[in-house]
Ligand binder design. Structure first.
Ligand code: SF4
Length: 106
Protein backbone atom coordinates (compact mmCIF):
# COMPACT_ATOMS: atom_id res chain seq x y z
CA UNK A 1 0.00 0.00 0.00
CA UNK A 2 1.17 3.49 -0.77
CA UNK A 3 2.11 5.40 2.39
CA UNK A 4 -0.10 8.33 1.37
CA UNK A 5 -3.05 6.16 0.42
CA UNK A 6 -4.20 4.18 -2.59
CA UNK A 7 -3.27 7.04 -4.87
CA UNK A 8 -0.92 9.96 -4.50
CA UNK A 9 -1.82 11.43 -7.91
CA UNK A 10 -2.82 14.59 -6.09
CA UNK A 11 0.72 15.43 -4.96
CA UNK A 12 1.70 17.39 -8.11
CA UNK A 13 -1.31 19.67 -7.47
CA UNK A 14 -0.20 20.49 -3.93
CA UNK A 15 0.17 24.21 -3.31
CA UNK A 16 3.25 23.47 -1.19
CA UNK A 17 5.17 22.03 -4.15
CA UNK A 18 8.49 23.84 -4.38
CA UNK A 19 8.11 25.54 -0.99
CA UNK A 20 10.68 24.80 1.71
CA UNK A 21 9.15 21.96 3.80
CA UNK A 22 10.68 23.56 6.90
CA UNK A 23 7.83 26.09 6.77
CA UNK A 24 5.31 23.29 7.43
CA UNK A 25 7.28 21.83 10.34
CA UNK A 26 8.03 25.04 12.20
CA UNK A 27 6.40 25.89 15.52
CA UNK A 28 6.98 29.61 15.00
CA UNK A 29 3.51 31.24 14.94
CA UNK A 30 4.26 33.45 11.90
CA UNK A 31 5.52 30.42 9.96
CA UNK A 32 2.55 28.29 11.03
CA UNK A 33 0.23 31.08 9.85
CA UNK A 34 2.06 31.28 6.54
CA UNK A 35 1.83 27.51 6.06
CA UNK A 36 -1.89 27.57 6.87
CA UNK A 37 -2.35 30.34 4.31
CA UNK A 38 -0.79 28.14 1.64
CA UNK A 39 -2.96 25.17 2.67
CA UNK A 40 -6.07 27.36 2.61
CA UNK A 41 -5.68 27.87 -1.12
CA UNK A 42 -4.60 24.31 -1.89
CA UNK A 43 -6.96 22.36 -4.15
CA UNK A 44 -5.92 19.01 -2.66
CA UNK A 45 -6.40 19.85 1.01
CA UNK A 46 -8.97 17.03 1.54
CA UNK A 47 -6.63 14.46 0.00
CA UNK A 48 -3.77 15.77 2.16
CA UNK A 49 -5.84 15.43 5.35
CA UNK A 50 -6.83 11.88 4.40
CA UNK A 51 -3.18 11.02 3.77
CA UNK A 52 -2.27 12.41 7.23
CA UNK A 53 -5.12 10.34 8.74
CA UNK A 54 -3.76 7.19 7.10
CA UNK A 55 -0.20 7.85 8.23
CA UNK A 56 -1.21 8.75 11.78
CA UNK A 57 -3.57 5.79 12.06
CA UNK A 58 -0.71 3.52 11.02
CA UNK A 59 1.54 5.02 13.67
CA UNK A 60 -0.88 4.33 16.52
CA UNK A 61 -0.42 6.75 19.39
CA UNK A 62 2.40 8.55 17.61
CA UNK A 63 1.55 11.27 15.19
CA UNK A 64 2.87 12.90 12.11
CA UNK A 65 4.27 16.31 12.89
CA UNK A 66 3.77 19.48 10.97
CA UNK A 67 0.96 21.21 9.16
CA UNK A 68 -1.01 18.88 6.90
CA UNK A 69 -4.18 20.05 5.25
CA UNK A 70 -3.93 23.34 7.11
CA UNK A 71 -4.07 21.66 10.54
CA UNK A 72 -1.46 21.03 13.22
CA UNK A 73 -1.00 17.51 14.60
CA UNK A 74 -3.08 18.37 17.69
CA UNK A 75 -5.85 19.84 15.53
CA UNK A 76 -5.91 16.71 13.38
CA UNK A 77 -6.32 14.56 16.51
CA UNK A 78 -9.28 16.68 17.62
CA UNK A 79 -10.74 16.52 14.09
CA UNK A 80 -10.51 12.71 14.07
CA UNK A 81 -12.14 12.47 17.51
CA UNK A 82 -15.02 14.65 16.32
CA UNK A 83 -15.39 12.56 13.16
CA UNK A 84 -15.36 9.35 15.24
CA UNK A 85 -18.07 10.80 17.50
CA UNK A 86 -20.19 11.71 14.48
CA UNK A 87 -19.80 8.20 13.04
CA UNK A 88 -20.79 6.67 16.39
CA UNK A 89 -23.86 8.91 16.63
CA UNK A 90 -24.82 8.04 13.06
CA UNK A 91 -24.35 4.34 13.75
CA UNK A 92 -26.43 4.63 16.93
CA UNK A 93 -29.15 6.37 14.93
CA UNK A 94 -29.29 3.40 12.57
CA UNK A 95 -29.30 0.95 15.45
CA UNK A 96 -25.90 -0.46 14.47
CA UNK A 97 -24.29 0.23 17.85
CA UNK A 98 -27.23 -1.43 19.62
CA UNK A 99 -26.92 -4.52 17.42
CA UNK A 100 -23.17 -4.67 18.02
CA UNK A 101 -23.70 -4.41 21.79
CA UNK A 102 -26.20 -7.26 21.97
CA UNK A 103 -24.44 -10.37 20.64
CA UNK A 104 -24.73 -12.05 24.08
CA UNK A 105 -28.51 -11.67 23.88
CA UNK A 106 -28.69 -13.87 20.79
S1 SF4 B 1 -3.00 21.08 2.14
FE1 SF4 B 1 -1.33 19.59 2.18
S2 SF4 B 1 -0.70 19.39 0.06
FE2 SF4 B 1 -1.86 21.30 0.25
S3 SF4 B 1 -0.39 22.90 0.67
FE3 SF4 B 1 -1.09 22.16 2.64
S4 SF4 B 1 0.38 20.57 3.23
FE4 SF4 B 1 0.64 20.94 1.02
Amino acid sequence: MEPLGPSSDWLPQAACQGIDPELFYSTSPPKVARARGICDRCFVQPQCLLAADRLEHGLGVKMVHGIWGGLTADERIVRRRVLDEILLWEAAGRGIVGEMARPQDA
